[in-house]
Design a binder for this molecule. Structure first.
Ligand code: KIV
Ligand code: ZN
Length: 391
């Protein structure tokens, strides 16, 4: 695989689904897994098999269904978790076990009441044991974002010796700044023996709104896998949003990094996840929000009508949105009114537009938005005839 290819590891069905209110049944998970495979993700993290019989069944059924992507199951660093995950993944064409342990001072002290050396031993043993079931083993150093870099490098050296194929550097608490996270990846790339033989993965949380920026900083510094979710759902404030990182890499070709994602399916996939989970994204959500390609101020509308690129840095069609929308409000100008009127069949002359526009503004001041029906009403009041040139 080219060194410029960034693998997309989708964890909508694991980190995303573990959020309250986002619970799915196996059938719903199968529909999403099939869509993710079609979208072109490289890895689907299908669940945490030991967590419940339902999750085990989902991972097993997804393993049977998925044709192209690697199917992955999460475990903690213990034998029982790993055995159960291996069992759930037994039908997968490309199975991966994702095992790991907390490596920060607070995790070692408070979660495990352990020592740095004992954690390295457990990490090594978990990877070595996973390797007895599958070839592809990813190791996560939980809370790597707050783990001392020198110690983290020692942990990674051990798991690479044990056979890890991917090393995941989670900013579990979403604390890192992008330059700090990027520098961490660079440090590991330069200081861990054997690191060039494995893929470094970014798994960033959004507690300070930096999950996407941190993942991008990671790949700019040598990581080649991004863990993300559709719509950025996930624990607390969520994870890196898949649609955001994919479009950032696509819209910045000079970074020379690409993914295998069919971007035209992004919007529909986002809607599928929103509807299945009942978790509706905010209208201003980047890439897939209702307003992501909607223009409402008169100045912007005039620019977009003249040339879309004046106010849009990506083509809505590239993410599966049919077209940009010109929203009519009291902030809209004449160009927007003429454009929307033409859409519904009125080719306004300059004189007609001058007559209708003040009434349009009065109406718009009273209502939040002026819709197609309102336009017909305004035109009838002004005796404007239809030209039948609706576009
Ligand atoms: O945020 C995190 O650290 C995780 C790991 C289990 C990969 O989700
Ligand atoms: Zn996570």
């Amino acid at each position: 695989m080219s060194n410029n290819r960034v693998q997309i590891f989708d964890t909508t069905l694991r980190d995303g689904e573990q959020v309250p209110g986002c619970k799915l049944n196996t059938q719903q998970k199968l529909v999403i897994a099939e869509r993710l495979d079609l979208l072109g993700v490289d890895v689907i993290e299908a669940g945490f098999p030991i967590s419940s019989p339902g999750d085990f069944t989902s991972v097993e059924e997804i393993s049977k269904l998925v044709k192209n992507a690697t199917v992955c199951g999460l475990t903690r660093a213990n034998k029982k978790d790993i055995e159960v995950a291996a069992d759930a993944l037994k039908y997968a064409k490309r199975p991966r076990i994702h095992t790991g342990i907390g490596t920060s001072e607070s995790h070692i002290k408070f979660k495990f009441a352990s020592t740095q050396e004992k954690i390295i031993e457990r990490a090594y043993d978990a990877v070595a044991f996973s390797k007895s079931f599958v070839e592809d083993v990813e190791f996560y150093a939980e809370d790597a974002g707050r783990t001392d870099n020198e110690y983290l490098a020692r942990v990674l050296e051990a798991v690479i010796k044990a056979g890890a194929t991917v090393v995941n550097i989670p900013d579990t608490t979403g604390y890192c700044l992008p330059d700090e996270y990027g520098a961490k990846i660079k440090y590991l790339k330069e200081n861990v023996k054997g690191i060039d033989n494995v893929i470094i993965s970014c798994h960033c949380h959004n507690d300070l709104g930096l999950a996407t920026a941190n993942a991008i900083a990671g790949v700019q510094n040598g990581a080649r896998q991004i863990e993300c979710t559709i719509n950025g759902i996930g624990e607390r404030a969520g994870n890196t949003a898949l649609e955001e990182v994919v479009m950032i890499l696509k819209q910045h070709p000079y970074l020379n990094l690409d993914t295998g994602i069919n971007t035209k399916l992004l919007y529909d996939t986002s809607l599928l996840v929103q509807r299945s989970m009942g978790m509706i994204v905010q209208p201003n959500k980047a890439v897939v929000g209702e307003n992501a390609f909607a223009h409402s101020s008169g100045i912007h509308q005039d620019g977009v009508i003249k040339n879309r690129e004046t106010y849009e840095i990506m083509d809505p069609a590239d993410v599966g949105v049919t077209e940009s929308s010109i929203v009519l409000t009291a902030r809209s100008g004449r160009a927007a009114l003429a454009y929307r009127a033409k859409n519904v069949g009125y080719d306004l002359t300059k004189i007609e537009l001058d007559d209708v526009y003040p009434q349009f503004l009065k109406f718009a001041d009273k209502h939040k938005e002026v819709n197609d029906e309102d336009i017909h009403h305004l035109m009838e009041l002004n005796h404007v005839a239809k030209s039948n040139t609706a576009i």
